[in-house]
Design a protein. Sequence first.
Length: 164
Amino acid sequence: MKFIIKKYDSAFNKYCYINYEQGTMKKKILIVEDEVIIAMELEMRLIQMGYAVPAILQRGDTAIQKIPELHPDLILMDINILGPLNGIETAASIKEKFSIPVIYLTANNDSETVRRAMDTDPFGILVKPFNESELKKMIESAFHGSAVSDKSTQSIENGISSEN
């Protein structure tokens, strides 16, 4: 059974409509991006790919506060965002507190920025502008890698080696 949910999006001060299919659990991708047009385009692409977007946030400190409420499975994080924390600092804090995979989005791919970003062990970095197939492949790889990692952790916790 398919239905439509009306959701208020405080980031854009408007309501949006999201198609859902009962009985399916969509992966949730949080967008942390301060450029409204880019964030809206990303949200549209993600929904078309079959993912849920619980929120679009413009600030890192807000993202850290909202994660326990939103329960995202993945975060798309712009490196240059509003607020006291940049995307790299935000991702480092998220990794420490929540262990949620992060994919960086950036228009700034200089070696120093890339080095600082890689120090936070992200799933990947997408350089703007990127196309939909690059985005889709990176997200699918992140979810696959995350699932493999979760299974390995569960096997270790149960005393079963994943090498057997």
